[in-house]
Design a protein around this ligand. Structure first.
Ligand SMILES: [Zn+2]
Ligand SMILES: [Zn+2]
Length: 325
């Protein structure tokens, strides 16, 4: 990142995202971000999370608009270059509750776009981003989102994705991760849906094909893939549990409400909360409450001093709450 501030970097990302013809730049950004995430230096790793939080604060609405617009006007070339990269970045961004809540406000128009990308068979990365986004939306949106997804026949989409992975009989890492997110979505539907949804799930083709898949997976014990494999198998056994015994649903739901579950799914939510003031950006120690800006409910501050300072130094102009009214 050199001498640039987090803000400068985020502004640059926003420009690349909005400039459709230069979206290959977004691919470069993704590489840079991943290098930071997996860096052995703590400083770089923390900056990854700072950038994500800042992106969420400054660009959630814009990202949503770009995705809706992009998908509508897209040709195959653009699906390759633009939509895939932007979707991926967007999936990364959905790592905290505040951003996901914001996205939920636009779900009526964004939802169909995300569900539609699950049909792009020649774009496995795009499908995986779509699945990740849907799962993260479920974690926060819960019952309201589930109705919508069921109406949009999400099970059918999942069935096709799972069948495709089942037929290929290849347990490569990427395939496994795709199955993992498909399973997690079925898991979410089973745990958080109504008993009617559970009934529907029980007889769905998606679940049948998943049962076949996990049976095959049980015989595969390659160590390289064991973590993802165990994830899939444990999700599947919990799905079976809640579908066969309605009395277990409530206790599983309670777990889904817990901080442990959030930490498991939304890394940024529990472990990486920063003060949004550019001159501070302090990491929360988990004890002090970092309050949200009341207007956008995205920026958060370690104290009122930081909030006032950020407001004067630009948040007044950028605060999404204000720009949306
Ligand atoms: Zn601060
Ligand atoms: Zn604000």
């Amino acid at each position: 990142m050199g001498s640039r501030t987090i803000e400068d970097y985020v502004e640059e990302i926003i420009q690349y995202v909005e400039d459709m013809d230069r979206n290959s730049k977004v691919v470069e950004i993704l590489y840079t971000l991943l290098r930071m995430l997996y860096s052995s230096k703590k400083k770089h790793n923390l900056n990854y999370w700072r950038i994500l939080q800042c992106l969420g604060e400054m660009a959630t609405d814009k990202m949503v608009q770009v995705l809706i617009r992009n998908e509508k006007h897209t040709c195959n070339y653009h699906i390759n270059v633009s939509l895939s990269a932007v979707m991926k970045l967007f999936a990364y961004m959905l790592s905290n509750v505040a951003v996901i809540k914001r996205v939920l406000l636009f779900w009526a128009s964004l939802g169909p776009v995300v569900i539609k990308v699950l049909n792009y068979w020649n774009q496995p990365e795009l499908i995986l981003s779509g699945l990740t986004i849907i799962y993260r939306i479920i974690i926060v949106g819960r019952a309201t989102i589930i109705d919508d997804l069921v109406k949009n026949e999400i099970e059918k989409q999942l069935y096709h994705i799972l069948r495709n992975k089942h037929d290929s009989k290849a347990f490569r890492y990427f395939s496994l991760v795709t199955v993992k997110y498909s399973t997690k979505i079925l898991h979410g539907l089973s745990v958080l849906g109504t008993s009617r949804v559970r009934h529907q799930m029980k007889h769905s083709l998606a679940l049948k094909i998943l049962a076949d898949y996990t049976a095959m997976l049980n015989q595969e014990s390659s160590l390289k893939t064991s973590e993802v494999r165990n994830d899939i198998l444990s999700s599947f056994s919990e799905i079976k549990l809640v579908l066969s015994d309605e009395s277990t649903v409530q206790s599983v739901q309670t777990y889904w409400n817990s901080k442990i579950k959030l930490r498991e799914n939304l890394e940024n939510e529990v472990d990486f909360i920063f003060c949004s003031s550019p001159s501070c950006r302090r990491l929360s120690n988990g004890v002090d409450k970092f309050r949200y800006c009341g207007a956008c409910k995205l920026s958060r501050y370690c104290n009122t001093q930081c909030q006032k300072e950020h407001w004067k130094k630009g948040h007044k102009k950028n605060c999404l709450g204000e720009s949306c009214q």
